[in-house]
Design a protein around this ligand. Sequence first.
Ligand SMILES: Cc1cc2nc3c(=O)[nH]c(=O)nc-3n(C[C@H](O)[C@H](O)[C@H](O)COP(=O)(O)OP(=O)(O)OC[C@H]3O[C@@H](n4cnc5c(N)ncnc54)[C@H](O)[C@@H]3O)c2cc1C
Length: 368
Amino acid sequence: MSDFDVIIVGGGIAGASLGAAIAGTRRTLIVEAEDQCGYHTTGRSAAFWLAHYGGPAVMPLTLASRRDLEAGWPTGERSWLRQRGAITIAREYMHLREALSVNTHEAPLHELKCAEMEKRIPGLRAGWDFGVYDASCADIDVAGLHNACLAHFRRSGGTVLCSTPLTSARRLGDRWAIEVGTERLTAGIIVNAAGAWADGVARRCGVRPLGIQPYRRTITQLRVGRSDVRDLPLINDALERFYFKGESDNRVWVSPHDETPNDPCDAAPEELDVATAIDRFESVVDWPVERVERSWAGLRSFAPDRVPVYGFDADAPGFFWCVGQGGFGIQTSPAAAKLCAALLLEDEPGVPVKQAVFSPRRFSPSGK
Ligand SMILES: Cc1cc2nc3c(=O)[nH]c(=O)nc-3n(C[C@H](O)[C@H](O)[C@H](O)COP(=O)(O)OP(=O)(O)OC[C@H]3O[C@@H](n4cnc5c(N)ncnc54)[C@H](O)[C@@H]3O)c2cc1C
């Protein structure tokens, strides 16, 4: 029977980036239920970095991750970011109040006049008169980042086992006895990085779940009768009913900003959500929709307070939570991984965030 210091359950960006952050310091195993690590939410994202996305508790993690993403953390082979910019648009000025309230010097916002809106968004329909420009928004090379995390983890002696779900675990003394796939293992620490399955994994380990809820989000790729759309800014609705961005010269990714509670599964798009996405897109720009090329859906998982959960369980020794990354798990991954690594290794966190904000202790009935 093999023995590890740490077993990370889930090989998406949460598990892979944490693996990269602790690589070489502990004997670590990542177990992934699917035959490839990015199969679920990580492989289905819209792939952007937007400073204010996720709210004020998440923003410090997003900002702290920026430099690492630019520098190609953890391997440094190339930058994972490509500058795009974003415009939050509205029909009424008062709808921009929330967008304007998150202005910071790290990601300064700039109000756009009606004429500037038309210049920056060719084919904009009448009525969308108000906008806020955020130059710092960037696309993330998600596959590059995710693969680099796994490669760095492996090169530093870590092991990744795919098609190997954790089925059960129990605490015996100061170690976990664990069943994964057909194997039995032991480890000092289990990290729960199982995304939408986080509560189920906790139950399999005899640990009280936290109420992590997955919600479905849809994206559809449209071919449009307009060229030169690839580098236009991400267009974000101030009332959160859609966003879209150029994907190639004449292709866009559009999301209807759906958020439907969904049990953990291989999520698939609903026809109605795709139709809603197209309808909302057509209400913003006059770019003719020629074809729906493909559509997909993924599960964004949130804790009850919509703040991610990083740290040891208050009541289950050796059980570490790395869950609830919602719609910001890629853009926050370097800083979140460094925070989790510091908590796991009992080091000083090298990131400027208040770790208590993310602690699972906030959900403990014992209040410890
Ligand atoms: C449509 C959409 C758009 C998004 N856009 C963005 C964006 O632009 N920017 C951004 O930062 N974020 C975005 N996100 C959010 C981001 O994708 C997630 O926060 C992130 O991918 C979560 O990563 P994860 O590793 O927690 O989950 P996952 O990638 O789902 O990984 C969890 C893994 O755990 C595995 N697992 C589950 N149970 C077990 C078990 N028992 N044993 C072993 N393995 C198990 C699963 O198979 C899965 O591979 C978006 C999400 C969606 C759905």
